[in-house]
Design a protein around this ligand. Structure first.
Ligand code: PEP
Ligand code: MN
Length: 449
């Protein structure tokens, strides 16, 4: 299929420019920004509208309890780590988790990376001060550099073009890993067997051996394993920098509808979800499936107003609410939202992000999270939905495929002193490979009915 390229100005799509856009960089050079936008507008789409439509139908199934979404990846991808090894490890981790969750849920798992575009971060402060020196905050590789030097922290519009180029290369590798033999179910299961050889995970033995028996059963029945050599995989990121998202928006030649082709799924963050703000306006006008993060201060009226604004036709799969309440608050904060949405007969795919409401600073000064808090929020999410008769549709996590030490706990017991060993994230702490698999085993048990 083809897409027509971006017209210079579209009154609807450019309406956001007259509204308040929070968390945008202050670009020092307007002409360089115009040049970067033009370069992006002339570039090929990263993903095609038809694939976003497929995802919308998968998310619609998740809203009905006929599928479960697994969305995972870095808090902030970096240009330096967009190499084949790191990408492969992340894909492997997500595929391993998906097999465990598929078994637990007895449902298809929709696999989506926070990948190929997750290069911009909202920040709580515009500046950062170290040893009496104040510089602009790091806003993600799409905007400025992480190094604490004046040159690196100046926003550079050329980084928008770099982000597109590196996202395209990342998506290319992701596609190769998810459609070649790498994604073969038997191969993924073999990796899970490797994980189970660690005695720390003995308590997951029962689930692991059930999966093992299920696969041998399929084999014995003559199941078509060739069909299981490929998986469907989608990419997503926070639609934060509107100049980037707008410049990659194209009109679908089939329908004339605009799609943001920077990713299959885009979400609005907790800090930029103002009803009269630029982000809500822009995302209301693109046809992709979209999400909104909802924190603990969200009122039922906020949720209903967002749903009506972003999905006026109540199209299933169009709107996902990603709740991030905190383990201590989800059991009180979530019920009024799910009850209001259900009462109004509004269709939403409910997903839990158990990471962003559970961020703490460790005694040694690291930004971290406790594995137990993360799991407790997921448990609370299932409890709330089961009590309300609504559908828990998915899980959104910050993870990496590598053996970093950023989140406290897990059966391998990363403690405060352990955080220093391999703390690599530039923004939020991620579950490491093993913690991610352990989480999948625990969530699989919650999914069993
Ligand atoms: C994030 O997903 O990295 C993030 C900043 O989340 P939130 O908008 O929920 O705070
Ligand atoms: Mn984050």
């Amino acid at each position: 299929m083809t897409t027509t390229s971006e017209p210079e100005v579209d009154p609807g799509l450019d309406n956001f420019r007259s509204l308040v856009a929070l968390q945008q960089p202050t670009w020092p050079d307007a002409s360089a920004l115009v040049a970067a936008r033009e370069q992006l507008a002339a570039s090929a789409p990263l993903v095609v509208p038809a694939a976003s439509d497929t995802l919308r139908s998968r998310l619609a199934a998740a809203s009905r309890g006929e599928a479960f979404l697994l969305q995972g990846g870095d808090c902030a991808e970096t240009f330096a780590e967009a190499n084949a090894d790191r990408i492969r490890n992340k894909i492997r981790t997500i595929l391993q988790m998906a097999v465990i969750l598929t078994h637990g849920a007895s449902m298809p798992v929709v696999k989506m990376g926070r990948m190929a575009g997750q290069y911009a971060k909202p920040r709580s402060s515009d500046d950062e001060t170290r040893d009496g020196v104040t510089l602009p905050a790091y806003r993600g590789d799409m905007i400025n550099g992480h190094a604490f030097t004046p040159g690196s922290r100046v926003p550079d519009p050329q980084r928008l073009v770099d982000a597109y180029r590196i996202s395209a290369a990342t998506w290319n590798v992701v596609r190769a890993f998810t459609t070649g033999g790498f994604a073969d179910l038997r191969q993924v299961h073999e990796w899970n067997r490797g994980f189970m050889r660690n005695p720390a995970y003995a308590r997951y033995e029962r689930t692991a051996s059930e999966i093992d028996r299920a696969i041998r059963f399929m084999d014995a029945c003559g199941a078509d394993f060739d069909a299981l050599r490929t998986v469907e995989f989608f990419v997503s990121h926070e639609a934060l920098v509107l100049d980037y998202e707008r410049a990659l928006t194209r009109f679908d030649s089939r329908t004339g509808d605009p799609y943001d082709t920077s990713g299959h799924f885009l979400w609005i963050g907790e800090r930029t979800r103002q009803l009269d703000g630029a982000h809500v306006d822009f995302l209301s006008r693109i046809a992709n499936p979209i999400g909104v993060k909802l924190g603990p201060t969200t009122s039922p009226d906020d949720a209903l107003a967002l749903a009506r604004r972003l999905n006026p036709d109540d199209e299933p799969g169009r709107l996902t609410f990603i709740t991030r309440m905190g383990a201590g608050r989800i059991r009180e904060a979530l019920p009024p939202l799910v009850e209001a949405v259900a009462r109004e007969g509004i269709t939403v795919t409910w997903v839990t992000d158990p990471m962003h409401g559970n961020t703490i600073t460790s005694d040694s000064g690291y930004k971290t999270r406790r594995f137990d808090d993360v799991l407790d929020e997921v448990r609370g999410f299932f409890e709330v939905h089961r009590a309300a008769g609504t559908v828990p549709g998915g899980l959104h996590v910050e993870l990496t495929g590598d053996d970093v030490t950023e989140v406290l706990g897990g059966s391998e017991e990363i403690d405060d002193a352990g955080l220093a060993l391999r703390y690599e994230t530039l923004v939020d702490p991620r579950l490491n490979h093993q913690q991610s698999l352990e989480m999948a085993f625990q969530v699989a048990e919650m999914l069993r009915r």
